[in-house]
Ligand binder design. Structure first.
Ligand code: SF4
Length: 283
């Protein structure tokens, strides 16, 4: 069975199960099947990124997670995959790129994040290496990295061979506010990025798009500020994931943001590569 056909069959199965926390997706950034863990089925996040694709996004608290149900759903999903891959020459490790903490809000704001990460890590350790997804991943806006319990959880992620994708969409404080709707200063965000890199392999992930500003169209993040922010961290980060806006934002009701052309993304990628960064690009 081709991986894309496997994904379609898995999506149909998931629809019949109506899982609350587990959602399989075809990830263009992970380049294959990704099993997402959503700790915010209430669609609450502490940021409000202008390009966010979560419908009905609100600011608000993290919900209480039924961790037993989450474990059951993940076991169900992995069990289905194991069964359907069994007769092929492939292993689950070949077919599933990751289990990713992502979802409809910032995973690390959940008070249960560390415990659930631990539970997932234990579940993975009980399986043979070829019978686990290729990677355990945290996709984060990085806003909770100052907390000791999150730092501890990231060490555990590192022990599991996992990695972090850390959001950085800005080259100055104004862009942090305009793009992520946070008053967090860029300098503090970069300190958290640096902390993250000391705990677990970390990729920076950046959305590049155009927006209207005072009657002009500008591309965000502005390259000089973004580059200046990242240069001191060049040896610490694993690389940069640059991606365009593939699906319409659910927050930008006035259509102020637009996808950038592949040419512009390529310009960002090549400028960063010239400076010695490892860059992957997703149009
Ligand atoms: S951090 Fe993620 S979930 Fe939160 S608003 Fe931004 S894109 Fe949406």
């Amino acid at each position: 069975m081709q991986t894309s056909a496997l994904f379609e069959a898995l999506s149909e199965f998931a629809a019949t199960r109506a899982w609350r926390y587990i959602y399989p997706v075809w990830s263009r950034r992970a380049q294959g099947i990704s099993i997402g863990i959503n700790l915010h089925p209430n669609h609450c996040c502490n940021w409000r990124c202008v390009y966010c694709q979560v419908p009905g996004l609100q600011r608000g608290p993290s919900p209480v997670i039924d961790s037993q149900l989450l474990q059951q759903e993940l076991t169900d999903c992995l069990g289905w995959l194991t069964h359907h891959i069994h007769d092929t020459i492939y292993s689950l490790h070949d077919c599933v790129q990751d289990i990713a903490f992502a979802g409809d809000g910032e995973p690390t704001t959940s008070p249960q994040f560390a415990d659930i990460l631990d539970m997932v890590a234990n579940l993975m350790q009980q399986r043979k290496p070829h019978d686990r997804p290729a990677c355990l991943r945290l996709i984060t806006n990085g806003s909770q990295l100052q907390h000791a319990h999150i730092q501890h959880a990231l060490k555990r992620l590192h022990e599991m061979g996992g990695e972090v994708w850390f959001k950085l969409d800005a080259g100055n404080d104004g862009e942090m506010l305009a793009v992520n709707d946070t008053h967090l200063p860029l300098a503090l965000h970069l300190q958290r990025l640096q902390t993250c890199c000391t705990l677990c392999p970390t990729w920076v992930q950046t959305a590049i798009f155009s927006r209207s500003l005072h009657g002009e169209t500008v591309t965000t993040p502005t390259l000089p500020g973004y580059m200046e922010a990242l240069l001191p961290l060049k040896q610490r980060i694993s690389g940069i994931l640059l991606y365009g806006i593939a699906r319409p934002s659910q927050q930008d009701l006035r259509g102020c943001i637009q996808a950038t052309s592949e040419k512009i993304l390529e310009k960002y990628a090549s400028t960063l590569r010239t400076q010695g960064f490892r860059v992957r690009m997703f149009v």
